[in-house]
Ligand binder design. Structure first.
Ligand SMILES: [Zn+2]
Length: 177
């Protein structure tokens, strides 16, 4: 599952073998969000986007891609939470049966500073205003719940639970981590 299609989130989708990009995991299905896939298809038509060309399109060509809408689920345990802003089709993945035991937040935030100040957007955000709204909504949704938030770019352990802090939030590492 790819939260979005930036270079550092698709890089292990494929590997180069004898000059050809092949799926790294030949038995896997790769899940891409349709809005995200459509956005990068459009960008790639204007000017080649190398990570899309070498790490996404070869998966589609190998018939290993599932390009899904936001109501897609994998079994009873994996759901999509749309979180646009960082990229137009960015999604988080929630895991757990009937409730979100964990959520993979992708790049909807890059630094713990953004939990304290959700309005701060990173320069990589395609739509900084939308990203800020999405971030605050996401943090509010999980604030003071038991959901383990698994971030992509926070310092180790990079996981924690969202707690209120002033007018913002914090991501508190679980005891023992
Ligand atoms: Zn990104």
């Amino acid at each position: 599952m790819c939260t979005h299609l930036h270079v550092d989130h698709v890089g292990w989708n494929t590997r180069l073998e004898n000059g050809r990009w092949l799926p790294t995991f030949p038995n896997a299905r790769y899940v891409f969000g349709k809005n995200e896939f459509d956005y990068w298809t459009e960008q790639n038509a204007k000017a080649p986007v190398p990570p899309f060309v070498d790490s996404v399109l070869p998966i589609v060509e190998a018939n290993k891609a599932e390009i899904v809408r936001n109501d897609h689920q994998i079994g009873d345990h994996v759901r999509i939470l749309p979180t646009p802003g960082h990229t137009p089709g960015h999604v988080a993945f929630t895991l757990g049966r009937g409730k979100d035991d964990a959520v993979f937040s992708g790049d909807l935030m890059h630094s713990p500073l953004q939990t304290r100040y959700p309005e701060l957007s990173a320069k990589f955000d395609v739509d900084p205003a939308q990203a800020a709204v999405t971030r605050r909504n996401f943090l509010e949704r999980y604030c003071d719940t038991d959901t383990l938030c698994c971030t992509a770019h926070f310092p180790s352990p990079s996981t924690g639970k969202i707690r209120r802090r002033g007018s913002g939030f914090s991501c508190e590492a679980a005891a023992g981590n």
